[in-house]
Design a protein around this ligand. Sequence first.
Ligand code: FAD
Length: 558
Amino acid sequence: MPHRTIHIFRKGLRLHDNPTLVTALETSDVVYPVYILDRNFMTSSSVIGSKRWNFFLQSIEDLHCNLQKLNSCLFVIQGDYERVLREHVEKWNITQVTFDLEIEPYYKGLDERIRAMGQELGFEVVSMVAHTLYDIKTILALNCGKPPLTYKNFLRVLSMIGNPDKPARQITSEDFIRKCITPTKLAAEEYYRIPKPEDLGISKDCPTNWVGGESEALSRLEQHLEKQGWVANFKKPQTIPNSLLPSTTGLSPYFSLGCLSVRVFFHRLSNIYAQSKNHSLPPVSLQGQLLWREFFYTVASSTPNFTHMVGNPICLQIDWYKNEEQLQKWKEAKTGFPWIDAIMTQLHNEGWIHHLARHAVACFLTRGDLWISWEEGMKVFEEFLLDADYCINAGNWMWLSASAFFHHYTRIFCPVRFGRRSDPEGNYIRKYLPVLKNFPAKYIYEPWTAPEEIQKQAGCLIGKDYPLPMVDHKTASEHNLQLMRQVREEQQKTAQLTKDIADDPMELNLKHPFKNDKECGLENNKVKRRCLEEMTAEDGTRQSDLVQSLDPCEVKVC
Ligand SMILES: Cc1cc2nc3c(=O)[nH]c(=O)nc-3n(C[C@H](O)[C@H](O)[C@H](O)COP(=O)(O)OP(=O)(O)OC[C@H]3O[C@@H](n4cnc5c(N)ncnc54)[C@H](O)[C@@H]3O)c2cc1C
């Protein structure tokens, strides 16, 4: 007997590579594609700024339009998640509920409650992997039930699995005509329409450079993939943090809401790599970037309190300063360091900044200059980034503050020299901080050193029109380095947990960590044996966790 199904869209706001929706369509004669907009649930785990709200609303609007083209539509139901789901299961005589698997604790909790509701009301629940490349549970199982805590060890485990699954088949209008229907007339009801920002009390604040939705995501993907040479040779550390247009793909906002499938991107990259003699490799290649994402998802999936310091077993426990005034200066782009303030301004204006720019401001806030907790920085990013992501954001903030994963803590980014290396003229600063636009290049990264005459000529007096630097970088960073050294001496055990042995992740010698399935089978036994040997070191620790990691994206600037 075919099902009557509610397919709940959560993050996977797309029709391509949507295995859960494909399953819903293949097992049902009626499918209701639904988005449950429960603002309390959505904001229970993160602060969502107005740009991200707008981007999200554009994305569900696009999803609705794409569904309409296939004779279906999106029902947006506002209200308490479980209450409105229960009401609609009963109202529409639902026998099956489908949704993508997510790994965050708040989704896991929700899923359990939906399953319990299914038992009570008599509907089946189907949920499948779509937001990550792999089923995270498989990775954990192959690593003795624990997450691999270093990128290298993570790659080793993946080499036992081989390539990620191929994307799901394309959904077409045939699916909604012959086999299965959506009662689209209902969707015309006011109750189910997609709200406008003003309905939600959100200002219409659309990011200029990013338009939300699957259609835009796919079009951007195609544009990138046309540049085969660029794709094949992509090396993250060689991309430029202060270019005026993104020097990386800029696809992160689309991955974050699942408007774009990571599996599709991964396999399209494999096709390009197959045609090129020498392509770049993880960790610096584009596939390597997707694997960083997967790495943080894997670690977050089974690390308690991953987004916090307290109660988080992999995170150094640090007595960070509580200084609201300094935090606000950083957040509001008023540090007095033009490079830092320009980045924070781009974050506010556009909702996206380059990875190395994120490095610069995160290091400045935490171990570099202000010694303020990474959790505070994470919350600010969460509010303003279009790509804000529970696992990736926390993972990277721990990395940058040297609280976990990153161990070359003596390397501190200089807020003057870092930006100057790739943009000596300061064009990026001129764009985002127009108050400084008339300063000569010589002074634009440290305008407080300019003679008064030059400041007058530039029409900007430092200390009056633009702030003086809020700290002396040399003194602050030297002091913080001593503090960090002490913390790491006292908490060696925790620091070891996420440390890699060799400096160069390329030493792994995984020329093609993702071989075809046949090659993979041959390789598996060798790799498995090596992994097992490592996992059973005498003292019970994994050797691969005792290695030193190098941030592949690090630029030695100090
Ligand atoms: C302090 C800090 C906070 C961050 N917070 C987030 C966040 O909330 N959400 C987010 O998506 N990224 C975050 N990143 C990671 C990274 O900066 C962004 O993913 C990247 O800059 C997005 O730009 P892109 O799409 O052009 O990346 P590309 O270089 O083109 O990479 C392609 C994709 O790979 C993934 N990726 C790239 N770098 C990383 C990384 N270091 N870790 C995990 N995944 C990665 C992203 O999904 C990205 O879209 C953070 C980095 C730092 C240093």
